[in-house]
Design a protein around this ligand. Structure first.
Ligand code: NAI
Ligand code: MG
Length: 340
């Protein structure tokens, strides 16, 4: 039986609810598939800041880097000190955010099936802001190295997918001539190495409109950090909502998997949160373990998880965000019942 150490951040707000629900499904599917997971708890976020005086203690980083993969729930106001920091320090340079329709869940366009690949280490997220003459200056680093690295990741992602074979670079180079200009020219440079994949580009405002107008035209979108953050919430809504949207932060050595959504303080503690996004996130983690470790049992576990979620949704199981009345825990129990 293959065995992995999974570091687990429960997070803030709805984090502990959706992570707890997901954990039960993850352990059930994994054990059926012959994968043994050792869960190691990691403290991080607003709760940790209150308790320990820091949102991301060094010991937490050490546990994450000492594990095979990290599953993370959303954190609250301390998100910049936790996940933005982890993305930069661990060089988790690719943020992968798939938008795929699920059985029976209303979507703007059922033919939509695309992935946003967001550069995860640069841009305004470096937090380089300073007081300036009664105002504020914000720096936006964009390098050729990181732009080429994320472009290559996006083309490889497109070649691994059965659909489309098209990568669209989203930018604003008509205004941000130097920074987005470099991102775009790096993209077209890398495109030369992938002659079988169509390379195209689109201004970010136009992309925001086209994701709503005709999402089925997209296969892989590659973009800078801030645009990717904004467009991925939009993409989530196109295929059914934030409660369904998974994501992965991938680097050469480490990877952290988390739902796209935040800590949802408006519904925290009510049992109304949809754990589907976190379950699909855990399935992405198993797939990453499968491909990086060449472990077929992890593929099996991922397929069991996805199959369970699909079967529950097909049979009409719904949390409140999707118009149903199931609690977070009831939905998870339904999914587990479908995994046999
Ligand atoms: P949010 O994503 O937490 O919530 C937006 C809306 O979607 C809310 O109405 C919420 O109830 C709903 N929603 C989100 N997830 C849901 C789920 N699983 N099931 C049902 N409904 C769901 O975004 P918001 O309110 O802008 O941010 C709240 C906090 O989350 C902030 O403090 C922010 O810093 C943090 N955040 C953390 C992230 C992370 O840890 N990676 C990512 C995004 C936000
Ligand atoms: Mg976001």
């Amino acid at each position: 039986m293959s065995s992995y150490r999974i570091s687990l951040i429960r997070g803030d707000g709805i984090g502990p609810e959706v992570v707890g629900a997901c954990e039960n499904v993850l352990l059930h599917a994994s054990s059926l598939a012959g994968v043994s997971l050792k869960i190691v708890e990691v403290e991080a976020g607003d709760g940790c800041l209150e308790k320990r005086g820091e949102a991301l203690p060094q010991v937490s980083i050490d546990i994450i880097t000492g594990s095979d993969a990290c599953l993370k729930g959303p954190v609250g106001r301390s998100a910049a000190s936790v996940i933005v920091r982890l993305r930069q320090e661990l060089e988790l340079y690719a943020n992968v955010r798939p938008a795929r329709c699920l059985p029976g869940v209303p979507a703007l366009d059922r033919a939509a099936d695309f992935v946003i690949v967001r550069e995860n280490t640069e841009d305004l997220y470096r937090g380089m802001e300073m007081e300036f003459d009664g105002g504020v200056l914000a720096f936006r680093p964009i390098t050729k190295r990181a732009s080429e690295r994320i472009a290559r990741f996006a083309f490889n992602m497109s070649s691994s997918r059965s659909l489309g074979k098209r990568v669209v670079c989203v930018h604003k180079n008509n205004v941000l001539k130097k920074s987005d200009g470099l991102f775009l020219s790096s993209f077209y440079g890398v495109a030369q190495d992938f002659p079988g994949i169509a390379a195209d580009d689109m201004l970010v405002d136009s992309a925001a409109m086209n994701i709503v107008r005709k999402p089925s035209q997209f296969d892989v979108i590659v973009t800078t950090n801030l645009y990717g953050d904004i467009l991925s919430d939009e993409a989530a809504q196109v295929v059914g909502g934030l409660g369904l949207a998974p994501s992965a932060n991938i680097g050469e050595r480490y990877a952290i998997f988390e739902p796209v959504h935040g800590s949802a303080p408006d519904i925290a503690g009510t049992g109304r949160a949809n754990p589907t996004a976190t379950m699909l996130t855990a399935a992405m983690m198993l797939e990453w373990l499968a491909s990086t470790r060449g472990d077929g049992a992890c593929w099996k576990a991922a397929n069991l998880m996805r199959g369970g979620v699909d079967a529950a949704l097909s049979s009409g199981a719904r949390t409140r965000d999707l118009g149903g009345n199931m609690s977070t825990a009831d939905f998870a129990a339904d999914v587990i019942g479908k995994i046999t």
